[in-house]
Design a protein around this ligand. Structure first.
Ligand code: DAH
Length: 339
């Protein structure tokens, strides 16, 4: 019996030694220590042992059992340790490796220019509002003093959706939407996309962006317009910038003007950038036409106002000295990454 016990122990220990993995180890535990395990069954054959030998034999079996359990436990720990070491090895960070360069996006020059313009006007107390790109003829033309058959309608080659709906050709439509709400005074800018059926070239695109401006209050005069826009130009292009207003015509303003700024490249002397003129046109503006006020239920006897329209692409091209508008729409990363 004792020999049998020793044989079982030799078997068990050699199996434990050779075992690979926790699963195998568990199988060994069951095979020797389980209910039907070899060591368990040896206890059952105790009856074959002489009565005086039984206590001693019982003790031997118990010791063997403890021994086996300790060996199993030690092996289990060794497995866990090896597993952990492997895991840690896999997670080792080599701090000498060169870092991965994170690719961050770049803001589009249009966006940068728009944010600058917005910052300037918000600083003067203007609100930024938006209007729809698909617009009624009424807001885009009629309420801006451009009735049916008006020649100005032809000037802005319009994409029509049907008789009443179109893709807005100018952000001036937002003026009307804000005025007709009847909340006065108004100090707002409205940036947004506009559409005209133009051919694509270095200075034209069927879709571009404008920033509309509108101020309506009591006692607003052309001096307010001049002061505001001159200050805007200085903030955008630098303190030394001078402005000049040339008479112009827009149906929704009277009087109307275009504003030029001194060329920021040559300071007004004339260079390639300003085509030798020293001045660069940047916006259209004027005093809101009394008829336009009336159509939006604002009393022109009590309220006056001025409006302006800035071409966003024009500002971006000027500020970043880009000579072809198409670059702004091609999404060439080599171009965009420069901003
Ligand atoms: N909407 C005009 C255009 O697209 C630009 C413009 C001119 C807007 C004068 C104005 C303005 O608000 O007062 O050509």
């Amino acid at each position: 019996m004792k020999e049998k016990l020793e044989q079982i122990m030799r078997d068990a220990l050699s199996q434990i030694d050779q075992s690979q993995g926790l699963d195998k180890l568990n199988n060994i535990r069951v095979a020797f220590l389980g209910k039907k395990g070899e060591l368990t069954s040896i206890l059952k054959s105790m009856k074959d042992v002489a009565p005086e030998e039984r206590p001693k034999f019982g003790q031997l079996v118990n010791e063997a059992r403890k021994d086996l359990e300790a060996r199993l436990e030690a092996k289990k720990e060794a497995f866990s340790r090896a597993l952990m070491e492997e895991k840690m090895k896999a997670e080792v960070i080599d701090v000498t490796l060169p870092g991965k360069k994170l690719k961050t996006g770049h803001r589009h020059p249009n966006t940068i220019a728009l944010e600058e313009v917005e910052k300037i006007f918000v600083g003067m107390g203007y609100e930024v509002v938006e209007g729809p790109e698909i617009e009624y003829d009424y807001y885009n033309f009629e309420a801006l003093n451009i009735p049916a058959n008006h020649p100005a309608k032809d000037e802005q080659d319009t994409f029509y959706i049907n008789d009443r709906l179109l893709l807005r050709t100018q952000t001036s439509s937002v003026q009307v939407r804000v005025m007709e709400k009847g909340k006065l005074p108004i100090r707002m800018i409205a940036p947004g996309r506009v559409f005209r059926s133009d051919e694509v070239d270095a200075t034209h695109s069927p879709s571009f962006h404008q920033i509309e401006g509108l101020v309506i209050d009591k006692h607003i005069t052309f001096a307010d317009l001049k002061g505001t826009l001159a200050e805007f130009a200085k903030e955008l292009f630098g303190k030394q910038t001078k402005v000049k207003f040339r008479p112009h015509h827009f149906p929704f303003t009277e009087p109307s003007a275009e504003m030029d700024v001194t060329c920021f490249k040559c300071g007004g002397k004339g260079c390639r950038f300003c085509k030798g003129e020293g001045w660069i046109e940047i916006l259209g503006c004027g005093m809101v036409h009394p008829h336009v006020l009336e159509m939006s239920k604002i009393d022109p006897e009590e309220y006056t106002g001025f409006a302006f329209g800035i071409g966003l692409e024009r500002i971006a091209l000027l500020k970043y000295e880009i000579d072809d508008m198409r670059l702004l729409y091609e999404n060439d990363k080599r171009f965009l990454e420069q901003f």
